[in-house]
Unconditional design. Sequence first.
Length: 136
Amino acid sequence: MPREVRESRHRSVRYALLAVGWLSVALGVIGIFLPVMPTTPFLLLAAACFMRSSRRFYLWLVLHPKLGPWIRDYLAGEGIPLKAKVYSLVLMWSSIALSSYLVPHFWARTFMLTSAICVSIYILRQKTLTSPRGER
């Protein structure tokens, strides 16, 4: 199930990826407790960073009993649960709507709306996981 890890040959790149990976893990854990912080994107970013920097940390994250289930199905190509899709789209569009209302600059609104449309298309094009791992 875990993907092949190909560590970067450059030591400085590995250290930078490790730093970003651990920062992402920390933000992902905070997101578990704060409803406005996304958990899964940060854990996916951490997995991607660890995949290029440390096999040990990548396996730790993917096989972790509490953090691993947030990302395992997606990494295995099985899809995203419908509940997660709906939750992420509603939360994203709510925050974009509020931000667009508060930000007076047309270019900023355009950028936010364009980003939200692109992310929505990406999320909607992903396979929908019919039964999450815990319910199988």
